[in-house]
Design a protein around this ligand. Structure first.
Ligand code: HEC
Length: 104
């Protein structure tokens, strides 16, 4: 069983590297600063920047995170939503972090 555990660890490391390699780093700017400063409170920046969503879905996600406790002024919410829509847009479900095809 020890060999299996080692193999799983290696596989997990390989997946992590592949995902990191696929994702171009999002461009710096006020939007990225907001992600790091306000969203990193509960989860890693990568959990946000590793996801692709439509602009409408990003707007809904940001609102739902504010409902959960993310601290964003209305102006910051707009800056962040615009940043996500511009830089991390894609079809819902294209995200490596949520491979399940099912939509909620
Ligand atoms: C108060 C804690 C908290 C803060 C602050 C927070 N989140 Fe979240 N976030 C969560 C929790 C809990 C989950 C997992 C539950 C879920 O997926 O619904 C989550 C999941 C996510 C997901 C993956 C699920 C999905 O909807 O795609 C994304 C993307 C996300 N957050 C983005 C953000 C962004 C962007 C911000 C900053 C505006 C943010 N979060 C701030 C608690 C938080």
């Amino acid at each position: 069983m020890r060999n299996l555990a080692v193999a799983l660890l290696i596989a997990a490391a390989g997946i992590g590297t592949a995902v990191a390699g696929q994702q171009a780093a999002p461009p710096p700017g006020p939007g990225l600063d907001l992600i790091k400063g306000r969203c990193g409170f509960c989860h890693s920046t990568a959990q946000v920047t590793g996801v692709r969503k439509t602009p409408a879905a990003w707007a809904a996600t940001v609102q739902s995170m504010i409902d959960r406790g993310a601290e964003l002024e209305p102006e910051e919410q707009k800056v962040l939503t615009d940043y996500l829509a511009a830089n991390l847009a894609g079809p819902d479900g294209s995200a490596p972090a949520s491979p399940a095809p099912a939509q909620h």
